[in-house]
Structure formats: structure tokens, C-alpha cells
Ligand binder design. Sequence first.
Ligand code: SF4
Length: 227
Amino acid sequence: MAKSESKKIQERRQKVAAILPLLKKMYPQAKCSLDYRNPLQLLIATILSAQCTDERVNKVTPDLFKKYKTAKDLAAADPSELEKEIQSTGFFRNKAKSLRGMAAGILARHQGQVPQTMEDLTNLPGVGRKTANVVLGNAYNIAVGVVVDTHVARVSARLGLTKHTDPVKIEQDLMQIVPREEWTLFSHLLIHHGRQICIARRPKCSICPLLPHCPAGQAFIKTGEAR
Ligand code: SF4
């Protein structure tokens, strides 16, 4: 690795070390905002959360979890009934197909239990790396990667923690600079920050405690793009 590259990583690590305590202080309750009581429920909720707010998903899942208690229940779901039940989360045909396929895969290959490895999870229909990271980190406390959603991508870029826009590459950058034991929490913190202060349009840089560490924020203040 070129010397400048390793220096850049070192600087980013130092920045993470400086901003992590600030974020923890700002969002002491930061956690997954999807409601769930077991790994299967979290997997279902995470699949439904694609292109949908967590609030909307949390409105749909109580009835769903009451009706489909196990992977066997979900695998046997009537397709059109299931579509109707999850319609308000958007992309409901694809999501219903993913839910039924995922449940059938769990039944066929994992004795009805949600698997605990990235490989087994991502081999299930409709389960990508992000969904698997959410389940492993939050339901099983296994840190295999960093969840990169739209908030994590935006805030990381603004803070200068990555130059990439592809979620997989952003995740690789973050895994290099965030301590492994903080991977799951770090995502939650950036998601909270992205929702409350570092919002997509007109971020609230003037009240953001991260401003001294944030190149984009300092530029936004100069150009008047920030609140
Ligand atoms: S200073 Fe502005 S751009 Fe930087 S993290 Fe804070 S709100 Fe976001």
C-alpha cells in the first residue's frame, strides 16, 4: 500500500476516534429502529424496509408477526394475501416473493432457524449484504460488516470517511477505520445523525457538534448551503 494511502487511513481512524464519543453523547439510545423480538422478525422487517421508512414497516409488522410466527407459516403464506398485508411498504410483489422464498430457504436448509453467517444469509432469496449485516449485528451481536444505508453513505462522505458512492466500497472503507466492536453501533449513530441533523437537504451544520471534524460542513457554512 502506498504511504499516502496508509496515512489517509490513519487520519480517518483518528477522525473516527474523535467523532465516536460525540455521536454516542448525542444519541445515547441509538439502536435499530425496526421493532422485532427475534431474528426471524428482524429479517422480515429488514426485507420490508427496502425503499420504505422504518416507521411504516413498524406499522405493518405487528399484524404480520401475529399471523406468521414461524418460517413455516411464512413459507406457506398465500401469495396474494401476503402482498395485500405488506402493500403499504411498497414494492410489495417483490417483497412478498422474497419473504416466502427466504422462509422456504430457512425451512429447507436451516431447520427453520435464521442462519448466523453472512454466506448462509445472503444465499437466501431477497437477502443482500446490508440485510444480513442488520440481522447479524442486531439479532446475533455478530459484527461481520457495517450497515451502509442512504444516511450512512451520505454522512460518511460529508465527514470525509470515504470518497466512494458504492455501498460495498463505503463499507470496506468504514471497516478499515471503525473499531470492529463499534461496527453495529456506528451505523445506528450515523443513521440517527442523518435523520436528525445531517439531513440530505440543508444539513444543520451550525448546531452540529461534528463541524470541527467535517470538511463538507465547513464548506456548507461558507456557501450558505447549511442551516
Ligand atoms: S457538520 Fe454538517 S455536513 Fe458535517 S456532519 Fe454535521 S450536519 Fe453533516
